[in-house]
Design a protein around this ligand. Sequence first.
Ligand code: HEM
Length: 227
Amino acid sequence: MKLTYPLTGLLSLFTLVSAQSDSGSFVDADTGITFQSATVTEDITYRLALPADASAEKPYDVIIQVVAPIELGWVAWAWGGSMTYNPLTVVWANGKSATYSSRQALGYYTPVMYEDAKYTVLKGTGTNSTHFKFTALCSGCASWPDFDGNPSTLDGAGQVNFAYAYSRTPVDEPANSETTFSIHDSVGHWTHDLGAARSDKFSSWVAANKVTNSTLRRHVHVGRYGY
Ligand code: HEM
């Protein structure tokens, strides 16, 4: 009996700590960007870098990076922490490259294309023998109109709850970002430390990792990534 109380206390402390954030600092060798990185399940990793002044007060851009095993057909990030009425980033391997699709689910069926999130693909995008990796600047991933049409912005200074989904079944047309794809094998949630993802190097990271079609091709052919 004597052990029960301290153990219970310890356990609840661990629960409290893990509930705070699932992300940690990670320096990506391909881009030189320091991300807050969370590996959620099945070796799927979601990473974020934010501008130094990101907060819930006004919209801001984010740098996102998703890394996943090539055995997976697609993986996705739900920015509002649930499937419907928030921006979804869906990513999959496409030959030596990685393709993304900006979506929004209007119900529990195939999400439609979502035009209000704009992506600029950055260096650190491609596929090697084990993983695909997607890196982009996203404008409109961290802000969107809520169900009543009111603008809402993720608290860039706090901890935010995201949702993921993945499927082992490939999308129907990997080269086409508007492709159809089938339902997930699994979904889940994680908590990301957005406050710790902020950096005053944000703009220089974006500038240093812009790609032209030819640098992207070259990069993809080299195919060596620090996953
Ligand atoms: C063809 C594509 C998809 C279909 C048919 C589909 C269908 C469904 C269905 C039927 C459910 C269960 C709803 C319930 O339990 O009441 C669900 C849940 C969920 N889906 Fe999808 N889904 C698709 C794509 C996606 C994508 C791309 C994401 C992005 C992360 C996603 C995230 C989730 C999440 C987080 C849940 C848990 C419940 C919730 O958050 O509302 N789904 N989905």
